[in-house]
Design a protein around this ligand. Sequence first.
Ligand code: SAM
Length: 446
Amino acid sequence: MLPVEFVQRMKSRLGEQYALFENALTQASPVSVRLNPRKQGSAITGQPVGWAEMGRYLNERPIFTLDPALHAGAYYVQEASSMFIEQAIRQHVPQTPVTALDLCAAPGGKSTHLVSLLHPDSLLVSNEVIRSRASILAENIAKWGYPNVVVTQNDPAEVGGLLGLFDVVVVDAPCSGEGLFRKDAEAASEWSEANVALCALRQRRILTDVWPALKAEGLLIYCTCTYSDEENEQVLKWLREEKDVEFCRIELGTAPGVEEVLVDGARGYRFYPHRVKGEGFFLSVMRKKSTQEKLYVRPRKSEAIAPAGIRSQIANWMRNPERLTINQLKDLLIAVPGGWSAEVELIINHLHVVTRGTALATLKHEKLIPEHAWALSTELNQDAFEVIELDETAALAYLRKDALHVESPTRGFALVTYRQLPLGWINRLGNRTNNLYPANWRIRMK
Ligand code: SAM
């Protein structure tokens, strides 16, 4: 059931096309995923999504939870329209190392996509203000396995304090969710004009707060999953009046059904479900023209670097040890992206960091106990470990954290894989095997 005022708004916006729009909402939502370019091996196949190289439409919706490859980070389940951010990045961000911020990042769709598209030596700060959502974000980032992400949990005003740190800022704003009515009946039941107005105010506040963190000449990518003028065009017009921005054009060759919106010098791109195979979505790219008044101060180098002995002991766990710096926090060893130590230190000093880089190991009585995140890292050197391949039934038992017996003549830690995709660690103790899958990540579906 669509809210009456929403129907009126859409009729006046779409005119004759309204019937097509309403009809599209009665159809099943397309199912799509985005493959991880660094983790191949899942059984997923499907038609490509035109505007996203690794995007695939599936013919039907499988029970994703029961596919171990999902938990290995081989793909991310994501609505196709929102993969359009790929065109913003490909067409406007150079393939050189950049600093990027995803401000409203949970559960991690845009962040996992961004980190796969940016130059591999870039740094991505993936932030989510709501604590419970920030831990889901950290879990999804760990599964995706890229080494160059810092997950933070802060209010946009706090993130805005990182003056001029970022070349790219993505604001995938909390919105009234009109574009998701087909997928999510609750979004329709919660819709009201008052809520649209509230969201519009909040979007301006978020943009105002984060603005100082964007470098002069940096790119702001603003997107929503709603159609309303107040949350899209009006926000862009307000940005144009309040801040000095230049709107960037996106070539639509890969996404011919997308509507280009031009109002009073502002430019954006709108997805409708009757014109594009995906849900409702809106995106705009802007360049910051105003000069940066102040810049962040680069802190002293990190004091948390692990001693040389430990670094050499653990070097062969990594595929590219020269590209990572090993930090030691009490007993925990963490691999952080090498060239960004000072920036990571700055972020640690200013924000609430949930994870930085990838946890490698815990030191216990001079021994290295591998951390779960390292099993999922795309920087893991598998040759340093014994690897045990599991079939689907055993892989699901492992992911449920059930007792697992693995025949193996040796003792100690081993990496378990499914379709050669690492899932995590086990510890073989002779007559039994410890399943080291994190308890709070385990799957509960039978
Ligand atoms: N970018 C995410 C993705 O692609 O998976 C989806 C983000 S969702 C559209 C918007 C996010 O903004 C939510 O995770 C929500 O918790 C967060 N949020 C809610 N209120 C906020 C606020 N006042 N400031 C910043 N973020 C907020």
